[in-house]
Each structure stands twice: as structure tokens, then as C-alpha cells.
Design a binder for this molecule. Structure first.
Ligand SMILES: Cc1cc2nc3c(=O)[nH]c(=O)nc-3n(C[C@H](O)[C@H](O)[C@H](O)COP(=O)(O)OP(=O)(O)OC[C@H]3O[C@@H](n4cnc5c(N)ncnc54)[C@H](O)[C@@H]3O)c2cc1C
Length: 355
């Protein structure tokens, strides 16, 4: 039987594991962590991702636990300038963005992988890879090694696999700090709505509901909560911190029998909420290509898709953070005009954002 090693038990590695294991493949996932990450980064799960994880039953579990976000509001400071529903019909089965903390998404993927008979080994570090025409030998330290038919590097933005393969990660890093805060808010007025605040200069804060009371705030300022134009009543600050953003993509997604997926292959800003979704799509494409004997197509297909998403995310980030008065004026003028056509807005969002 074909033996596959997946390096990294994040959403990308786990999705690849689930998709391969459910098709009867012999899959091992390793991760250098002792236990699952409690660090919740991604929140939004797109309809296209739910479609991909439907066959394994993971999507049903995500839907049961996640919050369905059905509306969008945009504020200029504390003044609401734009609001619309993702679907004109509030009962529309697909007219929402599903929001769930990343650690919960990973928990459902992990449970499903193990239930399908997958081999998950934590506290296992990939140190080196050597390959010939038929096999790849993976070295795990302390003299331990194992032979596999294929390896998928889903080991995140500082990928060891990418480094071992010597594949360039071209792009640049944004100079500013971004910030994140997860907080329980008393009387949060938007429990099923995505809210974006344009602040002075080029600053923004995004608020995304994670439950009826828990809200995720992300900002391109150093303190997302403090930057809000009206201070909410925080009953419990679960987590806050800052992070840097890179805009990068590998020059190629494969080398011999070793492949890259997820953040190991691409990085971009949270604008558009695509990072985890793109990684899961890479993972499912890898599984499909492997099972159908078309691995040759994987690299070029995913490179093109990744480049497209990075371009779209960069366009969204630049529009949302335009510094000049002209840029701000154009941003709000366009919103006011398209606000006159709510049906068109819903259609565009469903076509270009949710899928
Ligand atoms: C603040 C923030 C907010 C975000 N919000 C969103 C959002 O709303 N929507 C969205 O789609 N995306 C979002 N993202 C991006 C998303 O979190 C990432 O794209 C996603 O986690 C990538 O998953 P991955 O599995 O590719 O990599 P990771 O989640 O980084 O997993 C990689 C795993 O590999 C393991 N590993 C690394 N090296 C080795 C080694 N040598 N041996 C063994 N194991 C190893 C690590 O321990 C880790 O568990 C956000 C990111 C941040 C920082």
C-alpha cells in the first residue's frame, strides 16, 4: 500500500490526512508539538471549504458548532455607513460565513482522522528528508528514520520541508504590527454580523463573532480592542497579542516525491480570511491528485490558485487601509453607490467572497 507522511497537524495537514485516510491510504501525520494548539488563528470557514470536507462528515460537525454570520456592517469611526446581508433570503442554506475558532476546526479534523484509522504522532520532529526515484526517507532525530512513498510538507510558514528542499519563499513582510484579541463582550450588538471599522489614517479593526458573547477583533494597529471607536464592555479577555504579516509564495510546490501545501507554500494578510481555507483546498487537491494518479498537475494548479488568492487579498488589504483622503473618499463613495443595489452586493459577495 502507498505510504504517505504528512508533516504538520495544522488544518492543512489534518485535512490532507482525512481525505487520504477516507480513501483507504496508509497515512502518518507528525507534529513537533506535544499537544494540539490552543492558539486560535483562523475563524472564517468558507462554503467552498465546507463542500470539500462534506464527504468525510467533518462539515456537519463544523456547522453544528460554528456561528453563522449572515450580515456585514461597515463603520467610518463610530458611524455606520454600509450594511447588507450575505443572502437576501435569511433561510438560504448557503448564505452565511461559518465562524469557529481554528483550534475547534482542528479538533474535528483530528478526531475524524484518528477515527478513520490514521496514524497521528505528536512530539515528533522532522529533521531531514532524502529521496531517490522511488522513495523518501524521513529522519525524526535520535537516529529514527522511516521510508515513505510520498511526503506532504504542511508544516506552516517556517516550513522545515521547504527549507530542506531549498525552495525559495519569495515576497515581502509588512513593516507594521497587527493585533488580535479574543474577548467575551457584555451586550455585543452584532452576534451574527461581521463588522469593519475604518479609523483615522490607514487603521482598521475587524470584529467577528465566535459565539453569542465571544468576539474576535483583528487590527492593523498595535491594540485591536483599544482602537475601537466605542469601547465595549469586556467581561473576559481570553487572549490578546500582536503578529507580523508576510506576503509570500513558494516558486514551486513540489520537488521529486515531496510536496508543499498550506502556509508552507503561501502567506498573506487576513484580509479576505483565506489562509486556512486555501490550505485546506491545497490539502484536498493533493489527496485528489494522489488518488487519481495525477500528482504531476498538483504544483502548477495550486501555484496558480495561490497566486490568485494572494492578489485578491492584497487588493482587499490595500483598499481597506488606503491612507490618503482620496483613497478614503473613494472607498466610502463606492460603498454608498453599491449600497443602492443590495441584491447585487449579495450576489457579488457570494460569488467572490464566500466561495
Ligand atoms: C491572527 C491570524 C488570524 C488569521 N485569521 C484567518 C481567518 O480568519 N481565515 C483564514 O482562512 N486564515 C486565517 N489565518 C491564517 C491561518 O491561521 C493559517 O493559514 C493556517 O493556520 C495554516 O494552516 P497550516 O496547517 O498550513 O499551518 P499551521 O497551522 O502553521 O500548522 C503547521 C504545523 O506544522 C508543525 N511543524 C512545523 N515544523 C515541523 C517539523 N519540523 N516537524 C513536525 N511538525 C512541524 C507545527 O507544529 C504546526 O502544528 C490567520 C492567521 C493569523 C496569524
Amino acid at each position: 500500500m502507498t505510504r504517505i507522511l504528512i508533516v504538520g497537524a495544522g488544518p492543512t495537514g489534518l485535512s490532507a490526512g482525512v481525505e487520504l485516510a477516507r480513501r483507504g491510504m496508509d497515512v502518518t501525520i507528525i507534529d513537533k508539538r506535544d499537544e494540539a494548539s490552543g492558539f486560535s488563528r483562523a475563524v472564517g470557514i468558507l462554503q467552498s471549504t465546507l463542500d470539500l470536507l462534506e464527504a468525510s462528515g467533518v462539515s456537519d460537525k463544523l456547522r453544528q458548532e460554528g456561528v453563522q454570520v449572515r450580515g456585514v456592517k461597515i463603520f467610518d469611526q463610530d458611524r455606520q455607513v454600509f450594511a447588507f446581508n450575505l443572502a437576501p433570503d435569511s433561510n438560504d442554506e448557503n448564505g452565511f460565513l461559518l465562524c469557529l475558532p481554528q483550534d475547534r476546526t482542528e479538533a474535528h479534523l483530528r478526531d475524524t482522522f484518528v477515527a478513520l484509522g490514521g496514524d497521528l504522532r505528536m512530539s515528533t520532529v522532522l529533521e531531514d528528508l532524502q529521496q531517490d526515484q522511488d522513495h523518501v526517507t524521513a529522519y525524526f532525530g535520535a537516529g529514527k528514520s522511516e521510508v515513505f512513498d510520498y511526503v506532504l510538507g504542511a508544516d506552516g510558514v517556517r516550513s522545515t520541508v521547504r527549507e530542506i528542499l531549498g525552495i525559495a519563499f519569495n515576497g515581502f513582510d509588512l513593516p507594521e504590527d497587527w493585533s488580535i484579541a479574543d474577548a467575551d463582550i457584555d451586550g455585543w450588538a452584532n452576534p451574527d454580523t461581521f463588522v469593519a471599522y475604518r479609523l483615522a489614517g490607514s487603521s482598521i479593526v475587524i470584529a467577528v463573532p465566535l459565539s453569542a458573547i465571544r468576539v474576535r477583533f483583528v487590527s492593523n494597529t498595535a491594540d485591536a480592542l483599544a482602537s475601537l471607536p466605542v469601547q465595549p464592555k469586556v467581561s473576559n479577555l481570553r487572549r490578546s497579542g500582536t503578529f507580523k504579516i508576510s506576503i509570500r509564495q513558494v516558486e514551486r510546490y513540489d520537488s521529486g516525491r515531496v510536496y508543499l501545501a498550506g502556509d508552507a507554500a503561501h502567506a498573506h494578510s487576513p484580509a479576505g480570511g483565506r489562509g486556512m481555507n486555501l490550505g485546506i483546498a491545497d490539502a484536498c487537491a493533493f489527496a485528489e491528485c494522489l488518488v487519481s494518479g495525477q500528482l504531476d498537475a498538483y504544483g502548477s494548479q495550486r501555484h496558480a490558485e495561490g497566486a490568485k488568492i494572494i492578489r485578491a487579498s492584497e487588493t482587499a488589504r490595500k483598499i481597506a487601509t488606503a491612507r490618503s483622503g482620496v483613497g478614503r473618499f473613494a472607498f466610502f463613495s463606492v460603498l454608498r453607490i453599491i449600497g443602492l443595489f443590495p441584491g447585487l452586493v449579495s450576489a457579488l459577495v457570494r460569488r467572490f467572497v464566500l466561495r
